[in-house]
Design a protein around this ligand. Structure first.
Ligand SMILES: Cc1cc2nc3c(=O)[nH]c(=O)nc-3n(C[C@H](O)[C@H](O)[C@H](O)COP(=O)(O)O)c2cc1C
Length: 170
C-alpha cells in the first residue's frame, strides 16, 4: 500500500478489567504487526475509552475495534451510549471501513455481539474477523463485582485480532 498514515481506533469500556485487558492486547497485537512490517512510523493504534470517544475520532480513523462487556443481555451502558451519541453524526461517512469486535461476558455474550453487529451494519462497516467473546465465568454477584484477569489464550486471540486489523490497514 502507499505511505499514508493509518489509524486503528480501539474503543473500549470495562467495569472490572476484562474488556480493558482485551483492548490492550489488541493494541499490542496491532503494534507488533506494524513493527514487523516496519511501519511504526506510519501507523497508530489508539486506545480510547468509550465515554471519551466522539464522532471526530471515528471519522479520523481507518479501522476500528470495539471492545466491551455484555450487561443484561446487551452492550454495557457506556458503550451503547457511545454508539447512540455518535451514530447519526457519522452515518454514511464510514462506509466500507474494516472493524473487529471483542466482548467480555460472564457466560454468554451473544446479545452484545448481535447488537454491535447491527449497529456496524448500519454504519456499513466491514467485519473482517469473527467476533471474539471472552468468558470470565462470573455468575454470582461477588464474582461479577470482582476484578478480572483474562487468561493467556484469550489474550492471544485479542492480540491476533489487533494484528489482523493492522495488517489490513497497512
Ligand atoms: C449489571 C451486569 C449485567 C451482566 N449481564 C451479563 C449478561 O447478560 N451476560 C453475560 O454473559 N454476562 C453478564 N455480566 C457479566 C459481565 O459481562 C462480566 O463480569 C464481564 O467480565 C464484565 O467485563 P469487564 O470485566 O470488562 O467489566 C453482567 C455483569 C453486570 C455487572
Amino acid at each position: 500500500m502507499d505511505n499514508t498514515h493509518r489509524k486503528l481506533l480501539i474503543v473500549w469500556h470495562s467495569r472490572t478489567g476484562a474488556a480493558r485487558q482485551m483492548a490492550e492486547a489488541a493494541q499490542r497485537g496491532a503494534q507488533d504487526i506494524a513493527r514487523e512490517l516496519d511501519a511504526m512510523g506510519r501507523f497508530e493504534a489508539r486506545l480510547v475509552r468509550a465515554a471519551q470517544t466522539g464522532a471526530e475520532d471515528l471519522l479520523q480513523a481507518d479501522g476500528y475495534i470495539f471492545c466491551a462487556p455484555e450487561n443484561l443481555g446487551s452492550l454495557s451502558g457506556e458503550m451503547k451510549e457511545f454508539f447512540d451519541r455518535c451514530y447519526y453524526g457519522v452515518l454514511d461517512r464510514l462506509n466500507g471501513r474494516p472493524y473487529g469486535l471483542l466482548v467480555a461476558a460472564g457466560s454468554d455474550g451473544q446479545g452484545a455481539v448481535r447488537q454491535t453487529q447491527k449497529i456496524c451494519t448500519g454504519w456499513r462497516l466491514e467485519q473482517v474477523a469473527p467476533p471474539r467473546i471472552v468468558l470470565t465465568h462470573a455468575q454470582t454477584p461477588q464474582a461479577i463485582a470482582a476484578p478480572k484477569e483474562i487468561g493467556p489464550e484469550d489474550r492471544a486471540h485479542c492480540h491476533e485480532l489487533g494484528g489482523t486489523l493492522a495488517a489490513l490497514l497497512l
